[in-house]
Design a protein around this ligand. Structure first.
Ligand code: SER
Length: 340
């Protein structure tokens, strides 16, 4: 008998850390096996069953995983974020798209072997949207899943395409084969807004100015934001992002009317984030020095997203609105982290 496990790729990133913590607190969860090219930080290792240091592009490594474990659910978090991806778009494509195909294939094989669909939980992003200009962004309001699907970044293109791949592997994989595929993968995606964690910082994203501003202020460091003060996108506190992944994973399939859901909590301008930061850290030194090209990326992302489908289908609701996010999560946790 192979042990039943949950597989998390890219687990050493900030979503991975949050997910490992919340999974560890849930009763009756299968143990977690981690696959990350960077390994897993020592502090996280007590919470997982095994850490595999390896590449999602290494198909023979993925084969050995199938032989060793019965994988029940995959949280496929490994990806290069939007700013990183623009420095090497073809590498980003390999990691973000081929890596996802490799995991979808592994999940399909695994579903066949166990006679039951493997759940495949995928974090997508507001980067799948591409609004043509600021006037359209201002007029658009809260954008629905099917609007403005014209991303300008390699990362956004990759995420949007992977959503389609997930739908394909779930409903249409090998549709012309003589014998029907009885157990396909069960793919589900959430499109996250910018995420803000009190414990970790993202690497290589374009919404990073928000967490960077807050973490710099909490450490008494000055910070120059790479966007204009009036830049507005939606955000979410990290614990809510993890909750969204877990809630979606637990929803019975018959309740899902789509496989890709927006989720959000609050929209803020960079100037409003600065003001909130100053409220809690009055000595903070925060400036705005927009980087024209990173600015253009954030300007192409919506100011707000409509998550009513997630609310209707699986009861999504953030626990941390703007006030709760800052007052009960970000500020106390970040103060504790930096001892200030
Ligand atoms: N936070 C991500 C990024 O900035 C968007 O998904 O790339």
């Amino acid at each position: 008998m192979r042990p039943k496990i949950i597989l998390i790729t890219g687990a050493n990133g900030e979503v991975g850390h949050g997910l490992i913590h919340q999974l560890a607190a849930l009763p009756e969860m299968p143990p977690v096996v981690v696959l990350d090219i960077r390994g897993l930080d020592a502090a996280m290792r007590p919470y997982v069953y095994e850490t595999i240091v390896g590449d999602i592009l290494d198909t023979s490594l993925l084969e050995t995983l199938i032989n060793e474990y019965e994988i029940v659910t995959i949280y496929h978090l490994a990806a290069l974020l939007s700013t990183h991806s623009e420095f090497n778009p073809e590498v980003a494509h390999r990691v973000n798209v081929q890596g996802t195909v490799n995991l979808l294939r592994l999940a399909t094989e695994q579903s066949r072997l166990r006679g039951q669909a493997v759940k495949f939980i995928f974090p997508s992003s507001i980067a799948v949207y591409g609004l043509p200009d600021l006037a359209t962004k201002a007029a658009a309001g809260a954008v629905r899943e099917d609007q403005f699907n014209t991303p300008t970044t390699m990362y956004g293109c990759n995420k949007l395409y992977c959503e389609h791949l997930g739908r394909y592997y779930t409903f249409h994989y090998r549709q012309l084969a003589v014998t029907d595929e009885p157990f396909r993968v069960d793919f589900r995606a959430v499109r996250f807004p910018g995420l803000i964690s009190a414990l970790t910082l993202p690497t290589g994203g374009t919404s990073d100015y928000a967490p960077e501003m807050l973490h710099a202020a909490a450490q008494g460091k000055s910070y120059a934001a790479f966007v204009r003060e009036d830049t507005r996108i939606p955000f979410m506190a990290m614990p809510d992002a993890i909750r969204a992944l877990l809630m979606l994973a637990q929803t019975p399939p018959e309740r899902l009317t789509t496989r890709v859901y927006n989720v959000t909590s609050f929209s803020l301008s960079a100037g409003e984030i600065r003001d909130l930061t100053l409220h809690f850290f009055p000595d903070a030194d925060i400036r705005f020095e927009p980087h024209a090209k990173r600015q253009a990326i954030v300007d192409s992302w919506p100011a707000d997203i409509d998550d009513s489908t997630a609310r209707r289908d699986w009861g999504w609701q953030p626990q941390y609105d703007q006030q709760a996010a800052f007052e009960t999560y970000l500020i106390p946790t970040i103060r504790q982290r930096y001892g200030r």
